[in-house]
Design a binder for this molecule. Structure first.
Ligand code: DGP
Length: 122
């Protein structure tokens, strides 16, 4: 799938629309989700143009990958959620219900998050 430079996170990266910024460095930008699902719900996105985790893991440089995942860990520590715990998650494609086609991870925290996913029917 081709990267659409007009996706909403690309616009946030270019400063064309605002965000509630939590952290930024050379590799990543973190900001609060517009529709929080948990008391703490932050999105971390790479600065490069990657559609999804699949695209990022296949095509990003080692520097981009290490810089991005170090930033995710830094954001969690900055948010103060490591002690109680948190979840990070990335939706990919149709079954994953990815809405925004710029790779991002969600950081969910601030409450007991329960089971990871709804178990399949037996
Ligand atoms: P998903 O692609 O399904 O992993 O989730 C996309 C998330 O992005 C969803 O939780 C809502 C959030 N979101 C969508 N548009 C905006 C926006 O303009 N600003 C912010 N801060 N979050 C957004």
């Amino acid at each position: 799938m081709d990267y659409d430079a007009d996706n909403i996170f690309a616009k946030i990266l270019r400063g064309e629309i605002p965000c509630d910024k939590v952290y930024e460095d050379a590799h990543a930008l973190a900001f609060r989700d517009i529709n929080p699902q948990t008391p703490v719900h932050v999105l971390v996105i790479p600065k490069g143009a990657y559609v999804s985790m699949d695209d990022f893991s296949a095509n990003a440089t080692d520097s981009e990958i290490s810089g991005f995942f170090r930033a995710v860990g830094h954001v969690a520590r900055q948010l103060g959620v490591v002690g109680d715990g948190y979840r990070f998650l990335s939706n990919i494609g149709g079954d994953g219900h990815q809405e925004v086609l710029h790779f991002h991870v969600h950081i969910f925290a601030g409450k007991d998050l329960g089971r990871m996913i709804k178990p399949i029917d037996k």
